[in-house]
Design a protein around this ligand. Sequence first.
Ligand code: CA
Length: 326
Amino acid sequence: MRGFFFLSALMASALSIADDAAPVEIAHRGASGYLPEHTLEAVAMAHALGADYIEQDVVMSSDGVPMVLHDVTLDATTDVAARFPGRAREDGRYYAIDFTLAELKSLAVRERFKPETGEPVFPGRYSGGLPVFRIATFEESLALVSGLNASTGRVAGVYPEIKRPGWHLAQGKDLGAAVVAMLDRFGYREKSDACFVQCFEFTEVRRLRESLGYRGKLIQLLGGSKPGEDGTDFVRFRTPEGLRELADWVDGIGPSLDSVVLGASPGERRITPLAAEARAAGLAVHPYTARTDSLPKWAADYADLIGVLKEAGVEGWFTDFPGLLR
Ligand code: CA
């Protein structure tokens, strides 16, 4: 019997070590593969499916409330055009920042669609007409995760993205400061807390560290070949020298899938040096975004995609389908 208990203890400790090293699954806009993105329903489902982290994209309302929305515009995920005709800007788009919290809360959220045609972006996804989904505030989303962590006894982290902070500042709104203040209220302050803040704009990443006093985990998102809105040089940040510079500011990078693995078919794919070079610089790598219904050309199916990411040795990934292979 003693031998059995010893073996069980050994196995339990080996398992916990394996768990610590296991890549983290980040529910991209909640369980957005199954329910309209960023709704509280999608957050609850992501939690129930076992996601390690749940992502919140954050933009601001006209009355300064941080809201969970991927776009600064409302056209592709709500009924704003029908509800508030005449409130679009000159470019024909409806901006969340032009609407109060009460107005935003009155909108119905639906599965992402093409505003020009009304067609769904992902045709196989949620298409129910009722119930009506609503936009969540950042506070509501954090409160829901916190409540579920307590009621289930399983802690899921949060993963907010500060959307277009320079644009928000130009509109007179300090989104970064509002996000940091809200995270502080929910106890997300240090690197040991279950939170990653992410941003595409390096100007904001520096500001988070230098003047906003954010000490928690931070991810520099990396775009393609074009510089970011604030001039962030993504191409340089993907080089060993750029990665070493980033390591002074952030804990990891969020690159696109195609900068971690390349190839026009599964047969001719190759893993790029990016993940290994980031690791050498001390940075975690969390690529975006794994989807069953929009696979990169180099992946045969979703399981193959995840298998290659594991082979590349990344520390986690964004997925619209949390829990799918669990
Ligand atoms: Ca995002």
